[in-house]
Design a protein around this ligand. Structure first.
Ligand SMILES: Nc1ncnc2c1ncn2[C@@H]1O[C@H](COP(=O)(O)OP(=O)(O)OP(=O)(O)O)[C@@H](O)[C@H]1O
Ligand SMILES: [Mg+2]
Length: 244
């Protein structure tokens, strides 16, 4: 429910880390029309013949749109054309389950499937939540970041109660942490009070290297392997691997 908190940055660095350090088979599904997760892994998102919107419209199978990237992560990419389909897709019967049904055919080929969501609760995010076992909630260290939690928790109640899908909070993740800034520390404390042991221990720092890496089509593990961003995302990878 908030933009720019590090959803895409987390999705693609986590995906690369699961491949690189644990040899897992990982798919990222980009259900955000900004196409950031795919673009950050070097996919030319403007030149796609087929993309996720074709799958949601049932014009293509998920396996037909998957792109292999140099990082070893497979991606089901999107671009802005997905946004144009939001209203038509919202009118389809069974609209909340389009992604879950599409995933069923490829699920056995992967150890982890990560879905990168847009910053709002619309038909695409609902599809992502209905297809997922757990949700990672990145929260940036701002007051508005804390407010965004209310939005996602409301959506999770809707998913559990009205749509009867038992989704779990896999964890809340403190992102864009700046230790020199009192607000960062205050927000982190509020998050701990709210989420308790459902907080990831990894804390993602604000660092320019994390911002620069996508413009090189690289993960933080290649772009700045020894820096604080890589260290923090490595910790997250090692926490997430324990779910398997
Ligand atoms: N820890 C960080 N340190 C510095 N820059 C960061 C960090 N995390 C993300 N960024 C940068 O902030 C911007 C927003 O991050 P990102 O795209 O991951 O957020 P998002 O939640 O996916 O945004 P959106 O809601 O628009 O999809 C990007 O330019 C990204 O490179
Ligand atoms: Mg994003």
């Amino acid at each position: 429910m908030k933009g720019g908190v590090g959803k895409s940055t987390t999705a693609y660095n986590l995906a690369v880390g699961l491949v690189k350090f644990h040899q897992k088979r990982v798919l990222i599904i980009d259900i955000d029309s900004q196409g950031n997760a795919g673009a950050a892994l070097g996919i030319e998102i403007w030149q796609l013949q087929k993309q996720l919107k074709d799958v949601l419209q049932r014009h293509a199978k998920l396996s037909e749109i998957i792109v292999k990237t140099n990082s070893g992560v497979d991606v089901a990419p999107s671009n802005i054309l997905l946004a144009e389909e939001e209203i038509p897709i919202s009118g389809l019967p069974g609209r909340e389950l389009l992604l879950r049904k599409a995933i069923a055919s490829v699920e056995a080929q992967y150890d982890f499937i990560l879905i990168d969501c847009p910053p709002n609760i619309g038909v695409f995010t609902i599809n992502a939540l209905m297809a997922a076992e757990g949700v990672i909630i990145p929260v940036d260290m701002s007051y508005l970041g804390l407010l965004g939690i209310k939005g996602i928790e409301r959506a999770l109640s809707l998913i559990r109660d009205s749509l009867e899908h038992p989704i779990q909070i896999a964890g809340a993740l403190a992102t864009r942490f700046d230790g020199r800034n009192n607000l960062s520390k205050e927000v982190q404390q509020s998050l701990h009070n709210h989420f308790g042991d459902r907080m990831f221990k990894a804390v993602i720092p604000e660092t320019v290297k994390l911002r620069e890496a996508p413009s090189h089509g690289l993960s933080i593990f290649e772009y700045d392997a020894s820096g604080t961003g890589a260290k923090a995302y490595r910790e997250l990878v090692d926490e997430v691997i324990k779910w398997q």
